[in-house]
Design a protein around this ligand. Structure first.
Ligand code: SF4
Length: 316
């Protein structure tokens, strides 16, 4: 029997999973939308992962979880390790790129930066509040310009002269975009300017004061946009690595961490229905009014997510 180690990364937008062998080779992997229900997403994910392996030959001996609903899912599945996203992403990335010094990550709704020295995380930052440096901003602007977001990158790289777009925040960038479009700037230059504004925003917010050194890897959904990749290259003056499995790095990292615990809790893909109560509460500490989901077992708080900053964290 081959031993398998499973890593699951449950984010608010997407849920990712991998099964690796003892040499960190990926035996199965899957990426699905969370659709606001991490429990259901994980059940679907497990069914899809199981289909990819021969359970007569591969036995999953341990599980690790990361991502916003990591505690709940980790408890449900009897995980041997539950880790934050920063550590999981760094470990996953370092397993493929041992020399990496900087990880840029831009997702649909948040972004982060991880600084690594000699294979150890020495600094990081996360940004969940400013939309101007994320994928959702690019999608909404693509709609405004009537361009499918998948075509954004292709169009942007044809630009010889990216238009300067005010990058400070979404509201400024949006009105500037409309203004530039009315003034008759070329579409490719505006699109390239937008990609550049996402990069500048990212570097001025999450990247502020960080020691950014090559080799740099770029991950998250927005890394699929070649226009943003090129803008990062132009602005930093460095090569930017994009791995086609970049979206799985968190899951891979936590699978490796599970393996390294040397604890074994064989998993049969049977999920025990876990008795818990879910309740949504609204944070009123700022105008964002985040909806925070709390999962409790009786009085005990098992997990909570949805708060875009620490001020809204629910701890008991
Ligand atoms: S968690 Fe609360 S304080 Fe933080 S961004 Fe959301 S609403 Fe504002």
């Amino acid at each position: 029997m081959i031993k398998g180690y499973m890593g699951i990364d449950i984010g608010s937008i997407s849920t990712k999973g991998v099964i690796i062998d003892s040499n960190n080779n990926i035996l199965a992997s899957e990426y699905i939308w969370t659709k606001g229900n991490p429990m259901e997403a994980v059940k679907r994910l497990l069914t899809l992962l199981k289909k990819q392996i021969d359970t007569k030959k591969i036995q999953v001996v341990s599980i690790g979880t990361t991502g916003s609903a990591r505690k709940l899912i980790g408890t449900m599945l009897g995980a041997v390790i539950i880790k934050n996203e920063i550590t999981a992403h760094a470990i996953g990335t370092l397993s493929k790129y041992p020399d990496i010094k900087t990880i840029f990550e831009i997702g649909g709704q948040d972004s982060k930066i991880i600084i690594i020295e000699d294979g150890i995380v020495v600094d990081y930052a996360m940004n969940t509040l400013c939309a101007a440096g994320t994928g959702s901003f690019l999608s909404s602007q693509a709609k405004r310009l009537d361009i499918p977001v998948e075509k954004f990158g292709e169009i942007a790289i044809n630009s010889k002269n990216p238009t300067k777009i005010a990058a400070r925040c979404t509201v400024f960038a949006e009105s500037d975009l409309v203004h530039k479009a009315q003034m008759g700037y070329k579409k490719e230059d505006i699109v390239a300017g937008l990609c550049r504004s996402v990069v500048i925003n990212y570097l001025n917010n999450v990247g502020k004061g960080k020691k950014i050194q090559a080799p740099i890897i770029f991950q998250g959904g927005v890394s699929k946009n070649i226009g943003v990749v090129k803008a990062f290259k132009d602005v930093t003056g460095e090569e930017i690595i994009v791995d086609e499995l970049g979206h799985l790095m968190g899951a891979l990292g936590v699978a490796i961490l599970a393996k390294n615990t040397n604890k074994e809790r064989p998993f049969t893909f049977q999920i025990i229905d876990y008795p818990f109560q879910t309740k949504a509460v609204e944070c009123e500490k700022c105008p964002n009014h985040c909806e925070i989901i709390c999962v409790r077992q009786g009085e005990k708080l098992l997990d909570s997510w949805g708060n875009r900053c620490e001020r809204g964290a629910i701890r008991s």
